[in-house]
Design a protein around this ligand. Structure first.
Ligand code: R5P
Length: 282
């Protein structure tokens, strides 16, 4: 079995291949002048089973995933385990308004047509995997990897920005060996959130905020400001998926004392590899 990858998540694919002692084969990928994707594995020695590591974000990478699957099948691969480190559209997990598409379900149904097994990382709500219409879908957590990364950084308190994320903060705190709590967040718009004044004891402490996604950075900025108001000594932020839209990383660097995310998406702060957790799930 080999680990195959396209143009996304190359670092994670290589880490995973290294850890599992198999070869990593990278497809040649490019775009035609009109933007359509081109994919080719310049190999003829693929095995009957393969692991394909590929994000489905942005949309163009979803098309690339389908082409990677077909290129592999054309070379004799019969069973594909698909590792989607960052699964796009996971947050549209219900029809919030009448007439909307149920995007997460659409994506999973189509991915199940092309692949046999699915591994995802820190889905916003893992129960959407019921829409992968084959057995063998699993979501793994990045908390152990994040906890290990921050273990020697004198963190006193791990915080979730809202109650829904508190289990992840508890898991990270458990590994670091410190306490955990959560803030209360209200979303005001796509880019703005309000963090309700908190009764936390943050004075003089080194605090780590952990979230699943950093998108515009609005959540982390509001949480950091509240923690600094409460007297926190240092505020670090970590997340699994660093989307960092519209220059969010630069904004966050000016507000937080440290920022790190995993390599599900590649950015200058993808400092934490989730390869070990993915390898365990395989
Ligand atoms: C939302 O529920 C997620 O867990 C994240 O908190 C959210 O996606 C972060 O978005 P932003 O960085 O735009 O505040």
């Amino acid at each position: 079995m080999k680990v195959l990858c396209g143009s996304t998540s190359k670092n994670l694919a290589c880490d995973l291949a290294h850890l599992t002692g198999v070869e990593c084969v990278q497809a040649i990928t490019r775009r035609f002048p009109d933007g359509e994707a081109y994919v080719r594995f310049q190999r003829e020695d693929l095995d009957k089973e393969a692991i394909i590591v590929q994000n489905t974000y942005p949309d163009t990478n979803l098309v690339e995933l389908f082409l990677l699957c077909d290129a592999a099948k054309g070379l004799g691969v019969e069973k594909i385990t698909c590792v989607i480190p960052y699964f796009g559209y996971a947050r549209q997990d219900r029809r919030f308004d009448t007439g909307e598409a149920l995007s997460a379900q659409v994506m999973l149904r189509h991915i199940a047509l092309e692949t046999d097994r699915l591994i995802t990382v820190d889905l916003h709500k893992p129960d959407i995997l019921r829409w992968f219409t084959k057995p063998g879908a699993k979501d793994i957590g990045a908390a152990p990897a994040i906890g290990e990364y921050f273990m020697d950084k004198q963190i006193d308190l791990v915080l979730a920005p809202d109650k829904g994320a508190s289990q992840r903060a508890a898991d990270v705190a458990h590994i670091i060996g410190c306490s955990n709590d959560h803030l209360t967040k209200t979303r005001l718009s796509g880019t703005e959130v309000k963090i309700t004044p908190s009764k936390l004891d943050a004075r003089g402490r080194n605090v780590l905020i952990v979230d699943d996604i950093i998108s515009t950075g609005g959540t982390i900025v509001a949480a950091t400001n509240e923690l600094k108001r409460l007297g926190a000594k240092n505020v670090a932020a970590a997340c699994t998926h660093g989307l960092f839209v519209d220059g969010a990383l630069n904004r966050l660097r000016g507000v937080t004392d440290e920022i790190a995310c995993t390599n599900t998406l590649e950015s200058p702060v993808s400092l934490i590899s989730v390869a070990k957790e993915v390898a365990k799930a395989l």
